[in-house]
Design a protein around this ligand. Sequence first.
Ligand code: HEC
Length: 119
Amino acid sequence: MVRLSWKTMAIPGLALLVVGLIGFAINAIAEAGQTPYERSVLSFKGNVSTGQDLFEANCSACHGTEAKGWVGPNLEEVKERKSDLQLIRQVTRGETPPMPKFELNEKQMADLLSYLKSI
Ligand code: HEC
């Protein structure tokens, strides 16, 4: 039988801890950089059904009516890939052309975000 010393166990454990702490720090820095608009969006509890209407009006031409992808990628389970803040920035900053930049008010963005997290 292979005997695992505490050192063999401790090294991967410590490595995981360090990776976790770095991830936490990066996240904390990103969160601290929130604009007042982003903070306000995150303070609303979005309405999924209003968000879906907004999606159909603004996004479905590229992402498909059910968000399964067309010109733009399939957005199902996008919440697994992107944080709330990243989703807000994806929609409002226009940093990934051809996807345009959208100007939604805080409540609308919160509704859209809750829809994006529901699919
Ligand atoms: C003109 C077409 C177009 C429209 C309209 C559009 N998108 Fe996009 N979207 C794209 C393209 C293309 C990408 C891929 C960009 C890239 O990462 O290079 C993308 C990427 C995304 C992503 C990131 C996907 C991922 O897997 O990380 C999200 C989220 C997203 N769009 C949401 C939206 C929402 C919400 C709307 C409506 C408010 C919208 N998009 C409107 C074309 C569009």
